[in-house]
Design a binder for this molecule. Structure first.
Ligand code: NAG
Ligand code: NAG
Ligand code: NAG
Length: 390
């Protein structure tokens, strides 16, 4: 047996050094079975350990088929190489019993990884059982994020599909320099807390050409995030693209330099949203550009909500301390599903400053839509339908 593996390794090295490509580790050589039944978690971990120990750039290859994977963490802090590619042609499937991963926080987690590319692949979180539990009266586990990156740098994810996550589909937390492109994220419109991509505490996040339909925010941006670029993203169903919720804590790092460009919202509960708790906080949002968006029956296409206090719990009678300034809405057009197409409900204590509305054209059932502003200061240019309330 040992000799067999040794021969396999020798052949693999020989083949790859002679063909001049990267060293490649096929998860099936580590025992992964594409039968959806055999637990392949260990095999994936062992392939990762081998890749991690290599001093040269490496590729982990996941051939076609369905691989059953339990909760797993891929750690990078002791890896010798800073260029790992995981090429996935198959599907990773979570255990069908949601309780198996439901309390683990994350289904597939990468932590302290530097230089990782994930290309292709489908991640099937099998979340429907947990969603059903959550909408009944039963007590249920919180659920796991499908794919999480913590404290990692230089990550590129391309062509990946995430289906039916128990909780968030993708989380980027404490990362520098992350690029996500050509992704598809999908869960039912009624699935609870299945955010598409959640970012926080990170800098340099780019999301391109991605299609997201889910039961919560398509993209949510949490505290301590800067330099975000989102382009060519379509959202729906879902709750739109949201900066927030922010301002839960008194001491909270802010959000700055966010560009959201060429996006489409179809039947979403919100469009472009900034949302803060009505609580004291020293947080902030500044330098945000929302540009070239098409709304197709989106409720509240443009929304700043600084009065967030669900069920009037934890914040009654308080106002948001989060300071919002320099937010541009440019070329935002289409149809609103609510008569109020534009609502800027800013904080009484900290009015929004430097709001810029330019070429906003939103209609409601072929009629005039309405704009509502409170505590918002700024200027409007070009077309403004509904008429600017600044
Ligand atoms: C804002 O973020 C973009 C990337 O999204 C970056 O290219 C640009 O340099 C940042 N601007 C500032 C002033 O940091
Ligand atoms: C986004 O889409 C537009 C229109 O289809 C295209 O011109 C542009 O190059 C795309 N941008 C990126 C970054 O893919
Ligand atoms: C606003 O949008 C409507 C519907 O798309 C269009 O008919 C109208 O010409 C637009 N108005 C302006 C001033 O661009």
């Amino acid at each position: 047996m040992r000799i067999q593996i040794l021969l396999q390794v020798i052949m693999m090295l020989f083949f790859h050094s002679s063909s001049g490509t990267k060293i490649s580790y096929n998860v099936q050589s580590y025992g992964a079975k594409p039968d959806e039944k055999t637990d392949s978690t260990k095999a994936f971990m062992n392939a990762w350990a081998a890749a991690c120990a290599s001093i040269k750039p490496v590729m982990i290859y996941v051939p076609q088929g369905r691989y059953l994977i339990g909760s797993v963490a891929f750690w990078g802090q002791y890896c010798k190489n800073k260029a790992t590619t995981i090429k996935i042609e198959g599907t990773l499937v979570a255990p069908s019993d949601y309780r198996v991963i439901g309390n683990t926080g994350n289904w597939i987690k990468f932590e302290r990884v530097n230089g990782l590319k994930i290309s292709g692949g489908t991640f099937d979180g099998q979340g429907a059982g947990l969603w059903a539990c959550k909408t009944s009266d039963k007590s249920c586990p919180p659920g796991a994020t499908t794919l999480a990156f913590y404290n990692s740098n230089n990550i590129v994810i391309s062509g990946l599909t995430s289906l039916n996550s128990q909780m968030f589909h993708v989380v980027i937390d404490g990362c520098q320099n992350t690029k996500l492109q050509k992704m598809k994220i999908s869960a039912s419109a009624s699935s609870p807390n299945t955010d598409g991509i959640h970012i926080e505490g990170s800098s340099g996040v780019t999301i391109l050409k991605t299609v997201i339909g889910t039961g919560d925010d398509c993209v949510s941006i949490g505290p301590g995030t800067s330099n975000v670029w989102i382009e060519n993203v379509s959202c729906g169903p879902g709750h739109g693209i949201s900066i927030g919720s922010l301002g839960w804590s008194m001491q909270e790092p802010g959000v700055q330099n966010v560009t959201v460009k060429t996006t489409t919202f179809r039947g979403t509960q919100n469009g472009l949203r900034i949302k803060t708790w009505a609580r004291p906080s020293n947080g902030f949002v500044k330098d945000v550009v929302f540009q070239h968006s098409v709304m197709v029956n989106a409720r509240y296409p443009i929304l700043i909500d600084q009065e967030y206090c669900p069920d009037q719990k934890n914040c009654p009678g308080q106002v948001s301390g989060v300071k919002i300034r320099d937010v541009t809405y440019q070329d935002i057009h289409g149809t609103s599903a609510s008569q109020v197409a534009l609502k800027l409900a800013c904080s009484k204590a900290n009015p929004c400053q430097g709001i810029r509305l330019e070429d906003v054209n939103l209609t409601f059932k072929n009629q005039q839509a309405q704009a509502l502003c409170s505590n918002a200061v700024g200027t409007s240019y070009g077309v403004n339908k509904p008429e600017s309330c600044l």
